[in-house]
Structures are given as structure tokens and as C-alpha cells.
Design a protein around this ligand. Structure first.
Ligand SMILES: Cc1cc2nc3c(=O)[nH]c(=O)nc-3n(C[C@H](O)[C@H](O)[C@H](O)COP(=O)(O)OP(=O)(O)OC[C@H]3O[C@@H](n4cnc5c(N)ncnc54)[C@H](O)[C@@H]3O)c2cc1C
Length: 393
């Protein structure tokens, strides 16, 4: 494998490039990002007074193989000193709320329903979970694709509750580095970084730059990709890049719009993966005004269809506060969370089948396929590289 072009410089494309760099089998990696910044949805505003506002992910979970995998990368990037851990005993981990009937109810024990209302409350909890993670509609989302841990728990143990107690039968084994071991020992529930999540893609980009093996291009919009005798021609606004293989970490619709006509069935299936748009409003207040302390509250669709919930960032990460002042920020994140509707798993299998059957030198990675969390996206980048090279990186 000589040259690999990675399309999209969000965390998925950066992770794929990072793992490609670890292999001597790859001579050159070309990372192409349309915007003027790497990191995609990992986006933080850092004010000169030290306050940090997150416009995308605000916390990453250390649990499971994918959580350890991310922490191993954080270690390798030299970011261990920047970590802000939140333990399971922290109030932000213990207290999560639902806003129902105009009141905050602590989960899971806060609402004490009559028997006849239990089913309704289970519905509310699932509805809120889908809204909290996918900003989506629980009637349309696929449990298998959206919550594989729940699905596997149910499959392996015959019951979701038993599965959660005994383990989900997670197949991947990732050895824990020092930071992942520390997270286990100190019982972390989530973590962030002192200068915000954006520090993570910044550190990966710097690491890639220093490796001398990756050409990093910002403001490089991929317009079209065409098969060539040895792989692909990637057309940009101002030139053409040749590559033996492409790893696409583009949103599915963006990839569908650059594929050649010969990939029509794949193009159609990519277009069928929808995304939702979410508005993130960062509010800053003087003093302590929260009525309760905790992670935040979710709002079920029966209460307010337009509002997903409120995250009390100052509780888990007070380090991101500033001493005083008031600010309101609104960012509209267009098409930011892919929706894994019923049939998503089969659709992704079918797309990868098309690629295999047509011997396309193309890998699909990023949040549109194998999980939307930062951990899942990073792991998906690693898996794409390992499958390409036929070896563990
Ligand atoms: C508001 C919000 C909150 C979230 N909260 C959490 C959280 O708390 N915890 C968690 O684990 N996850 C969270 N997530 C999910 C997680 O952040 C995303 O799933 C993940 O960052 C997606 O990464 P990606 O690389 O797949 O995609 P993206 O970040 O979308 O990256 C794709 C990149 O491709 C580029 N691109 C597009 N078209 C082209 C083109 N034609 N040519 C070249 N480049 C192109 C884009 O500019 C972009 O940089 C959240 C997401 C959002 C939006």
C-alpha cells in the first residue's frame, strides 16, 4: 500500500490517519478536510479569561474496549496531564434528571409511579435516551445499531437488565495503557480536557504533522472521486490527488455526492442515511443558579418536542467556568447526528458488500456507520485501517 487518501478531517479521518501512520506498510497519507479547521464536531470556544464552551461533544466515556482505545491514544499524544476526569461518585454522575410534568425528577428512582404508569415511564425513559444521544425519534431508531451494548446484552443474556449486570459479551479486547488503567482504578464515568475537546483533534493533527508521513490539507473540498488504473483520482477545487486507496470519513451524504456513476447503488444507500440538525445554546450565568446539582436533565418529546435537554456543564467541569460575567451563544449544527433507523445494520453490511464485490479500494468510516460516540468513531477508524492492512495496528 503506497498512498492512502483520507477524506474528511473530523475525529474519524484524524483517527484513521493516526492508525495508518503506525504501519510501515503505508508510504504516504493524504488527509483532505474541506473547512479551515480539523476536528469536525469537536469544537470548543476558548475565551481569553479561561472559560471554555463546547459546541459539540462535552464528555467522553472511558468504559469498555472503545473507551480504553481512546485513552491509549490520549496517552500516546501526551495529553494525560490535560485530562479532567469525573468519577462515578461525583454528583454529576449520580444525579441525572428527567423534566416531566413541569418538574425535575431524579433518574432512575425519582419518579415513583403507580403500576399502571410504569410502562408509560419506560417509554419516556427510552424516548429521552434516544433524544439525549441521537437527538432522534425512538419510534424510528434501530436499537441494534444505536445501542449495541443493550442489543448485545439482550442477545447474550436473554435480558437487557441481566446483560447489563453480567456484561454484554463485548468481543473486542484492548489492552489498557496507563491512563486507561488509571480511569479504571479511579472509577471515571467520563472525561474532558482542560482546554476543551478541541484540544484532542489539535493534538492528533500535530502528531500527524510531526510524523512527516501525512500531508494535511485544510480548505481542500473533495469534489469528485474517479476510479483509475491503480486506485483513485481525487478531484479538488484546484487540483487532482492520486491514491491507491481511499478511507472516507465524510458524512454519508457528502460521500454520496462525490462518488462516480458506477457506484450508483452505494450512492443511493448513502443518501438514505439521514442526519438531524441540533442547536447548541451555551448559557453563562452569574453565581450559582441551578435548582439541583447533577449532569443535567433530558426532556421527553411529550413535554417539549423542540427541546432535547439541558446539560449543566459547570457541575462536571467547573474548570471551564470563569469567575464572573454572562454570555449566551447559539450554534446551529447542521446535519450533525446521523440517525440509525430500522435496517441501518443491514444497509451498512450491504454497502460494504458492494465495495467488496466490486473490488473498490474504498473503506467507510466515521459516525454514519458504526456508532456516533467519539469512542466509536475512533474505533471505526482503527478497524478500517486494520481491515485494509490485514494486521493489528
Ligand atoms: C452537538 C453534539 C454533541 C455531541 N456530544 C457527544 C458527547 O458528549 N460524547 C460523544 O462521545 N459524542 C458526542 N457527539 C458525537 C460525536 O461528536 C460525533 O459523532 C463525531 O465527532 C463525528 O465525527 P466524524 O469524524 O465522523 O464526523 P465529522 O465531525 O462530521 O467530520 C467530517 C468532516 O468531513 C468534512 N467534509 C465534509 N464534506 C467534505 C468534502 N467534500 N471534502 C472534504 N471534507 C469534507 C467536514 O468539514 C468535517 O470536518 C456529539 C455530536 C454533536 C453534534
Amino acid at each position: 500500500m503506497r498512498t492512502v487518501a483520507v477524506l474528511g478531517g473530523g475525529i474519524g479521518g484524524l483517527a484513521a490517519s493516526y492508525y495508518l501512520c503506525k504501519s510501515p506498510q503505508v508510504t504516504k497519507v493524504i488527509l483532505l478536510e474541506a473547512s479551515s479547521r480539523f476536528g469536525g464536531w469537536l469544537w470548543s470556544t476558548r475565551r481569553s479569561d479561561g472559560a471554555v464552551f463546547e459546541h459539540g461533544p462535552r464528555g467522553i466515556r472511558p468504559a469498555g474496549a472503545v473507551g480504553s482505545n481512546t485513552l491509549n491514544m490520549v496517552d500516546d499524544l501526551g495529553l494525560a496531564e490535560e485530562i479532567l476526569p469525573v468519577s462515578y461518585s461525583h454528583v454529576a454522575s449520580r444525579n441525572r434528571y428527567l423534566y416531566v410534568n413541569g418538574q425535575l425528577h431524579k433518574m432512575p428512582s425519582g419518579i415513583r409511579p403507580a403500576k399502571t404508569h410504569r410502562l408509560k415511564l419506560a417509554d419516556i425513559a427510552v424516548d429521552s435516551l434516544c433524544r439525549g444521544v441521537f437527538a432522534g425519534d425512538c419510534r424510528k431508531l434501530s436499537v441494534r445499531s444505536c445501542f449495541p451494548v443493550l442489543y448485545n446484552a439482550e442477545q447474550h443474556r436473554g435480558s437487557i437488565v441481566l446483560g447489563m449486570l453480567l456484561g454484554s459479551g463485548e468481543a473486542q479486547v484492548i489492552s489498557r495503557g496507563p491512563l486507561a488503567k488509571r480511569s479504571k482504578k479511579e472509577s471515571w464515568a467520563q472525561w474532558s480536557l482542560k482546554r476543551g475537546m478541541q484540544s484532542f483533534p489539535e493534538a492528533i493533527a500535530e502528531n500527524l504533522q510531526q510524523s512527516g508521513r501525512v500531508q494535511l490539507h485544510k480548505e481542500a473540498v473533495v469534489k469528485q472521486i474517479d476510479p483509475s488504473a491503480s486506485g483513485w483520482q481525487v478531484h479538488l477545487e484546484d487540483g487532482v490527488v492520486s491514491a491507491d486507496h481511499i478511507i472516507s470519513a465524510l458524512p454519508a451524504k457528502a460521500l454520496s455526492s462525490v462518488l462516480p456513476r458506477s457506484c450508483q447503488p452505494l450512492t443511493q444507500q448513502l443518501q438514505d442515511i439521514s442526519s438531524v440538525t441540533v442547536a447548541v445554546v451555551n448559557l453563562e450565568y452569574d453565581g450559582a443558579i441551578l435548582p439541583v446539582m447533577g449532569f443535567g436533565h433530558l426532556v421527553p418529546s411529550s413535554e417539549d418536542r423542540g427541546l432535547l435537554g439541558v446539560v449543566y456543564d459547570s457541575v462536571p467541569f467547573p474548570q471551564h467556568n470563569r469567575p464572573d460575567g454572562q454570555t449566551t451563544r447559539l450554534t446551529l449544527q447542521q446535519d450533525c447526528i446521523p440517525q440509525y433507523y430500522e435496517g441501518h445494520f443491514q444497509r451498512v453490511e450491504s454497502m460494504r458488500g458492494f465495495i467488496r464485490n466490486n473490488n473498490l479500494a474504498l473503506s467507510l468510516t466515521g459516525s454514519c456507520y458504526d456508532g456516533v460516540s467519539v469512542n466509536d468513531v475512533i474505533f471505526s477508524g482503527r478497524t478500517a485501517v486494520e481491515e485494509l492492512l490485514g494486521t493489528v495496528v
